[in-house]
Design a protein around this ligand. Structure first.
Ligand code: SIN
Ligand code: FE2
Length: 224
């Protein structure tokens, strides 16, 4: 009599009590892994600090001449940049002329685990864009399409203040779903969702115990 109910009860209990249990589909090929990075949050934030000590956050300029409100830096063999010329990946930080700092192993491990959970096993990122949002900053909807091969997924990690993520489809006009992203959440998109438009609404004011008035986002890609 009760047996058919068991899987339902189990799933409900798991999402309530296991912070690493939630997996929500956003679209075919796109999933939100709730709390996937929570257990290693301090390690990730320490690794961000170490990268930033070598390659400080900066506000890049778009080819159209607009300064981005979100501050960015990179680590890995390649880093994503924008300037008056184009959006592209470079192997050197243009500010220092030196290679981008190495990708911390903890980033690579998390990306591999999250991608595998989402159905993309064997993901080996070579680029990590690190975004820093302060209240009032936003990232307008765009596609990640400067990578050489769209066969690899994107893994995106949220830390610090919560944000509203927008997730749409391959066409700019596709409707954007709003998704609340909190500290420790990881979103993975690939396959049919690889070229989905996505963005971040203006960050609301707040204070996070680990990051203060900031949100960090790591976007791990295979760029080269
Ligand atoms: C990005 O698209 O580069 C960042 C997404 C986010 O901050 O959640
Ligand atoms: Fe993006």
């Amino acid at each position: 009599m009760f047996r058919p109910m068991m899987p339902y009860i189990w799933v409900t209990m798991q999402s309530l009590f296991d912070p690493d249990g939630g997996m929500e589909a956003l679209a075919p090929g796109a999933v939100l892994l709730r709390g996937q990075a929570l257990a290693i949050d301090a390690e990730l934030l320490a690794a961000i600090d170490a990268v930033v000590a070598k390659a400080p956050f900066r506000h890049m300029v778009t080819p159209g001449g607009f300064e981005m409100s979100v501050a960015m830096t990179n680590c890995g063999a390649a880093g994503w940049i924008t300037d008056r010329k184009s959006y592209r990946y470079t192997t050197d930080d243009p500010e220092s002329g030196r290679p981008w700092p190495a990708m911390p192993p903890v980033f690579r491990k998390l990306a591999d685990a999250a991608a595998a959970k989402a159905g993309f096993p064997g993901f080996v990122p070579d680029a990590c864009l690190i975004n820093r949002y302060e209240p009032g900053t936003r990232l307008s909807p765009h596609q990640d399409r400067d990578e050489a091969d769209f066969g690899h997924p994107i893994v995106s990690v949220s830390l610090g203040l919560p944000a509203t993520f927008q997730f749409g489809g391959p066409r700019r006009a596709d409707p954007l779903k709003k998704v609340a992203l909190c500290h420790g959440d990881v979103v993975v998109w690939g396959g049919p969702a690889r070229l989905a438009h996505h963005g971040v609404l203006t960050l609301k004011s707040g204070e996070h115990p680990m990051t203060g008035r900031r949100r960090f986002n790591l976007t791990l890609r295979k760029a080269l």
